[in-house]
Design a protein around this ligand. Structure first.
Ligand code: DX5
Ligand code: ZN
Length: 231
């Protein structure tokens, strides 16, 4: 009898707080904490890198005591250097910066690591995946944006799937271990498509916070992506 080795895929579900009631971010963080999710995804927007402003280190600090969830902080900011230290102090566990920042990237990666935090690198839909290759050895997470960042509730952009596949191929060929994350328009269907392509970490705002029963929504998303993930 042939026994097939079955690679264990460790799925992470990360509800995005942006989709919770902005008047009650604390309650939203607590709700995510009770939902069975693994991480809380926190979107920091500066009104310059993206055409919207969300919240900053003060809000992150205020909600930090309300949940034990890992804080996955996504910086959509033109000058993240000014925010990295305040966010680390506020309780960020990981900080994701954007590859579109170009020459700022090496020092940002170094700074985030020196603060003892995990580092992620994200790319926007118009950016070629090749832009990520120089940094693969230095990152803990590679984030493929599946919407143009700035707002929740947008439609999933399918062109991200080929980027996920490339990220997974690099990871295998170079024997690296970064997580492959997706963010934007993720629901059961699009999440399963991303999992099939090689994603293991799922940021999802509207589909999880918009559910009447968030716990069931998290369980269902986890089930769908686990079944779809390559074994
Ligand atoms: C988009 C943000 C996302 C957003 C996802 O700019 O980075 O994290 O909150 O929201 P949904 O899941 O509603 O697309
Ligand atoms: Zn995000």
């Amino acid at each position: 009898m042939q026994v097939r080795a079955c690679a264990f895929v460790n799925i992470i579900i990360a509800p995005s707080l942006l989709a919770s009631d902005p008047a009650r971010f604390g309650a939203g963080a607590e709700r995510a904490g009770r939902s069975g999710a693994d991480w809380l995804h926190l979107d920091i927007m500066d009104g310059h890198f993206v055409p919207n402003i969300s919240f900053g280190p003060q809000v992150v600090k205020a909600i930090r005591p309300l949940t034990k969830l890992f804080f996955d902080v996504h910086l959509m900011c033109s000058k993240p250097a000014i925010l990295v230290e305040p966010l680390a102090k506020a309780g960020a566990d990981e900080m994701i910066i954007h590859v579109e920042l170009g020459e700022q990237i090496p020092s940002l990666i170094q700074k985030i690591k020196s603060l003892g935090k995990k580092v992620g690198l994200a790319l926007n839909p118009p950016t070629k995946i090749a832009a990520m290759e120089p940094y693969l050895e230095q990152i803990d997470l590679l984030l493929v944006m599946t919407v143009n960042p700035g707002f929740g509730g947008q439609e999933f952009i399918r062109e991200g799937l080929a980027k996920i596949q490339q990220a997974a191929t690099w990871r295998r060929d170079k024997a690296l271990s970064y997580r492959i994350s997706v963010d934007g328009g993720i629901n059961d269907e699009t999440g399963a498509d991303c999992a099939r392509a090689g994603a293991d970490t799922f940021g999802a705002g509207t589909s999880l916070f918009g559910a009447i029963d968030m716990k069931s929504a998290v369980t269902q998303l986890r089930r769908r992506v686990s079944v779809a993930a390559p074994h």
